[in-house]
Design a protein around this ligand. Structure first.
Ligand code: TXA
Ligand code: MG
Length: 330
């Protein structure tokens, strides 16, 4: 494995490696992704193997600019074009009818493909230099927390990939919002880094799949995703400060939303450590730090992590979704 900084020469190297069928970790604004040439089924199989990911879970195909949409999507629904023009590059994945040239392994045999143009300049340069579209899931072992720094990737997958490009910490910090654009009313498959409010402003109503259908609509949305090794116990907003300290096991840590929340939890005296998502209560900063805090908590060996929901607005939806899934570890 090669760990490279993001000099232009290295980005060219990474692009060529992808074109040659290698699997390369690339930084994006959401999380680090493990990329392969989307048109090369052998390379894509290696991505699934490196992650231990079941092949029923489709990958997102990344493009360097919106113009490349037609190379992966068979038709572009009107509202998809509108969203792409307004919100790309950015943390938004649009599910559209797929072109026959995209191998089935990429889309888990579905007739649709998830497409995203990432905002991170390093990701876009690598894709551009590869001369192809890049299929990339998050660069974590299946079911574990997504990486938001190159160090997370080195620790989790270092010996299983050909190359890792370090582009610094991810600024958004939660995965992209995934929207199914194949119906007149777009369907939210995964809340993520693009706030739903911004999408609604542009295309109006959004639909949410029934809870029990969700697993089929977006196979990657298994409940137990994004889980740290420690048990995460999730409370409703504001409820954690009311917990009976005697019920908290030793060697537990808590995750507070803001400085005031952290102060209340510290006062209880039952937590070995209190992490703060954002001292000033900024939702973007909270999202950017969430996974890094879970990684750090795991490295510190805490047995239980106590967290509470954050306000359900903007990126708060994605934060609550990831906290919920982390708490559902089987
Ligand atoms: O921010 C992100 O989206 C990151 C970076 C690397 O781009 N990628 C990422 O990929 O989170 P992954 O594989 O961890 O999650 C992709 C999600 C899964 O829930 C998958 O089921 C869904 O997108 N997905 C992909 N293609 C789909 C399709 N054709 N239909 C429905 N869901 C799809
Ligand atoms: Mg993932």
């Amino acid at each position: 494995m090669l760990l490279l900084d993001s000099s232009d020469q290295n980005l060219r190297k990474a692009g060529s490696a992808i074109a040659e069928g290698k699997i390369v970790v690339i930084p994006t604004e959401t999380v680090y992704g493990l990329g392969a040439d989307a048109f090369n089924p052998d390379a894509v199989v290696r991505v699934f193997e490196a992650k231990n990911r079941p092949t029923f879970d489709p990958l997102i195909v990344h493009i360097a600019s919106a113009d490349a949409m037609e190379t992966v999507a068979r038709t572009i629904p009107r509202k998809a074009r509108l969203l792409a023009e307004a919100l790309w590059p950015g943390p938004l994945t649009l599910v559209m009818p797929k072109r026959g040239e995209i191998p089935d392994i990429v889309t888990a045999g579905l007739d649709t493909v998830g497409v995203r143009c990432p905002a991170h300049p390093v990701a876009r340069k690598i894709i551009e230099y590869s001369g192809t579209a890049v299929a990339a899931p998050s660069a974590n072992p299946f079911g574990y927390i997504s990486p938001t720094t190159a160090v997370h990737v080195v620790r989790q997958l270092g010996d299983r990939v050909d190359m890792i490009v370090d582009g610094g910490p991810c600024t958004v910090g939660v995965e992209s919002t995934v929207i199914d654009m194949t119906h007149e009313t777009p369907i939210v498959l995964r809340p993520g880094g693009m706030p739903l409010e911004r999408i609604q402003e542009l295309v109006g109503d959004l639909a949410f799949p029934e809870k029990n259908l969700k697993a089929f609509a977006s196979p990657g949305q298994l409940k137990s995703h994004y889980a740290p090794h420690a048990n995460l116990l999730l409370f409703s907003q504001g409820a954690l400060s009311g917990i009976d300290a005697a019920t908290v096991p030793p060697n537990s840590a808590a995750i507070a939303f803001d400085a005031e929340g952290a102060r209340l939890l510290q006062q209880k005296g039952c937590f070995a450590w209190v992490y703060v998502l954002s001292g000033k209560g900024d939702m973007r900063e909270a999202a950017a730090r969430l996974f890094a805090i879970m990684h750090t908590a795991d490295e510190s060996g805490f047995q239980a992590l106590f967290a509470e929901r954050v306000p359900e607005t903007g990126l708060g939806r994605a934060i609550n979704d990831r906290l919920y899934r982390a708490s559902k570890k089987s």
